[in-house]
Design a protein around this ligand. Structure first.
Ligand SMILES: Nc1ncnc2c1ncn2[C@@H]1O[C@H](COP(=O)(O)OP(=O)(O)OP(=O)(O)O)[C@@H](O)[C@H]1O
Ligand SMILES: [Mg+2]
Length: 511
């Protein structure tokens, strides 16, 4: 048996007007964890879609040798049959169906023409044990957290006799515990001889877990590093990705903080699904002019619910509380009224709340404030183009031009489009919910610079982030949230990971 389980040789893949991959080669050793790194739009997901038959044989040039044999997959099913299973960047589970139904969907156990659900449930329990998950197999997927859903995807992969597991940004939506859990699982699989390929922008995790790293830049293979030759540290990977070192991950800023511009008082919101359960419990906080205010908390702490309930009551049932803008009480019962008042909210889940997948880049960017470019009732196409083009350049959105459909963009570039859309509304208060999830290190820096620019102009920014280094690197003041309650209000000078972690897990309200 050869040491190499997979060879992709000179893979070239073109989309109309874009060469996504240009003679890319990838060699993966049997039993290793092989990471693929590169900037947003570099071609990572495309390479894995070529490998797994999503882009079928005939639509790309080059050869793939899997386990000593040249393979020509015509679809996903064909690659799965050979033992290659891919877990995509965007989870593909069906929210309304149960765990068991999702695992065996399209792969049902049939006995005498009937689906054998009893057997399916038994096997589900066994698979769930292998990924360390204990939930009722009848639970609908929508009732599970993202971390659990990710494990279900892996359980589904295991149900198919996987020999090469591909994970495209598996931890981007996971909190630290769930991520660590997933990495442990991969280590365990490796111990049993399974080969995995993992795409990730979390370079610390790659440094921790990978045996090899292949770096792709602009559709070209830059290099492959092996852990036995030199340690895989973050700085080394960054140098390969962006061609230079990044001395500073966070741009510097001298805060110019003015008076309170936005205030929330005794805010109470009820869960829309569970009567009597409060998702915001008497929350009070404020944002000052020129200030970046962080919201730290574990996943499910209620930060997104709080942000959305403030943004035009777009989540939950409002029970009581006040909003004040520049000292005057405002009522913002709808998203339109919130936008008119100068609020903007960049959602964490771009597919559900941020993007219309049928729209173009230019159409999306202007969509939240059409009246800004409407003259005498008509949309000014030229202004639309100019505005979109400005953001495309500022955030280095990788697309042919602004007429591209948003589905044609890579995951990270879609996120940049959503961010542009809300920047375009000229918000006086910009609320960012996990703004750098799935964003490469270079582009993160550009987003941070835009945030700094906004506050330098006297606007306020709220930043919800699960990455504590990011919160500490960017925010002037940090609120901690636990179980729907604000439990701390910490100025940057007094903030460190330990203090925040402690407040993120206490249930006593801040004084
Ligand atoms: N279906 C498609 N049609 C047209 N262009 C596409 C399509 N899929 C990908 N591309 C283009 O191919 C290039 C590579 O995209 P890909 O999704 O592989 O990037 P990526 O490295 O995975 O980025 P990210 O880190 O943002 O997920 C991008 O320029 C993208 O716009
Ligand atoms: Mg991708």
């Amino acid at each position: 048996m050869s040491d190499t389980i997979l060879e992709m040789r000179s893979i070239t893949k073109e989309f109309p007007g874009v060469r996504a991959l240009d003679n890319v080669s990838l060699s993966v050793r049997r039993g290793e964890i092989h990471a693929i790194c590169g900037e947003n739009g570099a071609g990572k997901s495309t390479l894995m879609k070529v490998l797994s038959g999503v882009h079928p044989h005939g639509t790309y040039a080059g050869t793939i040798v899997f386990d000593g044999e040249e393979v020509e997959f015509k679809d996903l099913k064909a690659s799965e049959k050979a033992g290659i299973v891919i877990i995509h960047q965007e989870l593909a589970l069906i929210p309304e169906l149960s765990v068991t139904e999702n695992i065996f969907l399209g792969n049902e156990i049939v006995r005498r023409g009937l689906i054998d659900w009893t057997e399916a449930r038994t096997r589900t329990l066994d698979l769930m044990a292998r990924v360390g998950l204990s939930v009722d197999p009848n639970t609908p997927i929508k009732n599970l957290g993202v971390g659990q859903q990710q494990l279900i995807e892996i359980a589904r992969a295991l149900s198919k006799d996987v020999r090469l597991l591909i994970l495209d940004e598996p931890t981007s939506a996971l909190n630290e515990d769930d991520s660590e859990n997933l990495l442990d699982l991969l280590r365990g699989f490796k111990g049993r001889g399974l080969t995995s390929i993992m795409i990730s922008h979390k370079l610390n995790e790659i440094a921790e877990i990978a045996d090899s790293v292949t770096i792709i830049r602009d559709g070209l293979t830059v290099e492959t590093l092996h852990v036995e030759d030199s340690p895989l540290d973050e700085d080394r990977i960054i140098r390969g990705m962006v061609g230079r070192s990044l001395d500073n991950r966070y741009p510097s800023r001298t805060p110019q903080i003015g008076e309170v511009m936005f205030e929330v008082k005794n805010w109470n919101v009820e869960d829309p699904n569970i009567a009597g359960r409060m998702v915001c419990k008497n929350s009070s906080f404020n944002v000052r002019k020129g200030e970046v205010v962080g919201f730290a908390g574990v996943m499910g702490a209620g930060r997104t619910e709080l942000a959305r309930s403030i943004f035009g009551r777009s989540y939950g049932i409002y029970r009581s509380g006040q909003l004040l803008l520049n000292g005057n009480e405002v009522h913002l019962p709808t998203v339109d009224s919130a936008i008119d008042a100068g609020l903007a909210y960049v959602p964490e889940d771009r597919k559900v709340h941020g993007l219309n997948l049928l729209d173009t880049v230019r159409g999306t960017i202007v969509s939240a404030k059409l009246k800004k470019i409407t003259r005498h009732g008509l949309l000014d196409q030229h202004e639309e183009y100019t505005a979109a083009e400005r953001y495309r350049k500022a955030l280095r959105i990788r697309s042919r031009d602004v007429n591209d459909g948003v589905t044609q963009l890579s995951g990270g570039n879609q996120q940049k489009v959503v961010l542009s859309k809300w920047m375009f509304t000229d918000p006086t208060l910009l609320i960012l919910d996990e703004p750098t999830r799935g964003i490469d290190v270079g582009a993160k820096y550009e987003i941070y610079e835009l945030i700094n620019q906004l506050v330098a102009e006297g606007h306020g920014v709220i930043m919800i982030s699960s990455e504590l280094p990011e919160v500490l690197g960017m925010c002037d003041r940090i609120y901690t949230v636990c179980e729907g309650r604000i439990t701390g209000d910490v100025p940057r000078e007094q903030a460190d990971q330990e203090t925040l972690m402690r407040l993120m897990t206490t249930t006593t309200a801040a004084a």
